[in-house]
Write a protein that binds this ligand. Structure first.
Ligand code: F0G
Length: 482
């Protein structure tokens, strides 16, 4: 992967774009931040944008668009049926993925709804490298069972394995032998595996999975939402791909799959989604559900402006300078934190930096939500909004007992092309300060706990008065700095 080198030898990621439109940001004073996080019930989903300095909640629907994308939105062809904008997108999809059929949907989970409704039957299995929340919900809703076959390395906090998102193909074959191929709805590979820290799979691993699917007559469904990051890692880390273009690697991936779906809130830096297939039968089965749930076949719930932006965004994703933006900046944050002794998931993945909250605030028991507490504390000291990816994001079992997460993580997403290096240095600086003062962070307890999706709407409070103590230490160390 080509990278501009610095004479000093320093490993600095470089923005290969210039900023031409800006949005003003405010870092509100810490007393306001204290009030804001309490109003939000210590839940970063409930913070208001006006109180946030750096929004690292997600990379979904918040990536910066290019001038070409914005320009394309002005020539969008608005019509209920037969829009030229859709034809342009369909052609781009065929050119990039080599798949003839394309169905538009309003976002990634809408594609999951349609694919699950068509292929998942009660009692069937969907093996995959790892689940994503919405994916699993749709499969379970249709009576299927998710079987996760992430390799052992994938669940280690620290590793030097270049492809922690790989699927364990031996385990996959064993399931097929045990239940029979007819019981498998499809095999799903999620590229840039989200919930284990944006970790990639290799092209070689996908080839093995595809081989098993073909041998057993099972469809391979590929969730390409985080494809941009995974393409970067394949080119940078897989020996046999070093001299291949991003476009060539993309085509090799898609040639191995039967159905590709994606959230265009991530892939293509727009808002929307789609399902690509190479088989007329598959297309016909899914087509009627698109008109039922999403909209007519030439918009699928999307604005035609977003369709134009997606077409340009997909083309731009075939550029090395585009796909390296996320991972190289994330790697910078992860490496700086790691050097300072802060527990982070290594190696750096795509999507964002992931802090091991379980180790960061090891004095907070899982029953007091260490990842949620760390998310609240980071907002307090830096106006930085991350996402809890730990036990608050899990659900209680049927008897009302907690089901604790395997990993207590704080995710700091890096929307593509949005933050500058100095903003990321600020993030690193505040996290290091917080780590040195971690004993001051206390636990959380629910005051409002919804039964469903409690991480979105739940409200919590500190188990002790730790917020005020943290604010007092901040003021002592930072004086009148924001
Ligand atoms: N698949 C993956 C791998 C995802 O990361 C997401 C969304 C979806 C499917 C669903 O797509 O949001 O457009 O409906 N991930 C977002 C996130 C929500 O913040 O990680 P969607």
């Amino acid at each position: 992967m080509s990278k501009v080198k610095f004479y000093s030898g320093e490993n600095v990621p470089l923005e290969m774009h210039k900023v031409r439109i800006i949005q003003k940001l405010d870092l509100v004073p810490i007393d306001r931040r204290l009030q804001a996080i309490k109003e939000a019930g210590n839940n970063t989903f409930l913070l208001k944008n006006r109180d946030i300095f750096l929004d690292m909640l997600t990379d979904s629907g918040v990536n910066a668009m290019s001038d070409q994308q914005l320009a394309s939105m002005m020539v969008a062809d608005d019509s209920y049926a037969g829009s030229e904008s859709f034809t342009r997108l369909e052609q781009k999809i065929e050119e990039i993925f080599g798949m003839k059929y394309f169905l538009p949907v309003h976002q990634g989970r809408a594609a999951e709804n349609i694919i699950s409704k068509v292929y998942v039957t009660p009692g069937s299995f969907v093996p995959m490298n790892y689940h994503f929340t919405t994916t699993k919900a749709h499969i379970v809703l249709n009576g299927g069972t998710v079987e996760e076959f992430i390799t052992e390395e994938g669940l280690k906090f620290n590793s030097d394995h270049p492809f922690k998102g790989n699927m364990d193909t031996v385990a996959l074959q064993k399931l097929i032998d045990r239940v029979g191929a007819s019981k498998i709805a499809y095999v799903r590979v999620e590229t840039g595996t989200n919930l284990i820290g944006g970790q990639p799979h290799s092209l070689e691993n996908l080839r093995e999975v595809s081989g098993i699917c073909k041998k057993n007559g099972i469809k391979l469904v590929f969730d390409a939402s985080l494809l941009a990051d995974n393409l970067y890692f394949i080119k940078a880390r897989e020996e046999s791909c070093k001299n291949k273009s991003i476009r060539e690697i993309t085509r090799e991936i898609s040639d191995l799959c039967d159905i590709i779906y994606f959230s265009a809130r991530k892939l293509g830096c727009a808002r929307g989604g789609g399902i690509c297939s190479r088989n007329h039968d598959d297309y016909m089965k899914m087509r009627e559900l698109v008109t039922l749930y999403e909209g007519f076949l030439t918009y699928g719930g999307m604005s035609v402006r977003e369709i134009e932006a997606m077409t340009v965004g997909l083309e731009e994703t075939m550029d090395e300078n585009m796909v390296n933006q996320g991972p190289q900046f994330i790697e910078f944050v992860v490496n700086e934190l790691h050097k300072a002794g802060v527990p982070v998931i290594t190696p750096a993945g795509g999507l964002g930096a992931h802090i091991n909250a379980g180790a960061f605030v090891s004095h907070i028991p899982q029953s007091e939500y260490p990842a949620g507490a760390l998310a609240a504390a980071l907002y307090l000291v830096g106006g930085i909004r991350g996402m809890e990816r730990g036990s608050i994001s899990e659900q209680r079992d049927a008897d009302g007992n907690e089901t604790y997460a395997n990993m207590e993580l704080l995710r700091l997403a890096a929307p593509r092309r949005v933050f500058t290096l100095s903003q990321l240095k600020f993030v690193v600086d505040r996290i290091i300060w917080l780590y040195q003062n971690r004993e001051l962070i206390g636990g959380l307890k629910f005051v409002e706990e919804p039964k469903m999706l409690r991480f979105f709407f739940g409200k919590l409070e500190g188990t002790t008065g730790w917020h005020e103590k943290l604010v007092a230490k901040f003021k002592a160390d930072f004086g009148d700095s924001l």
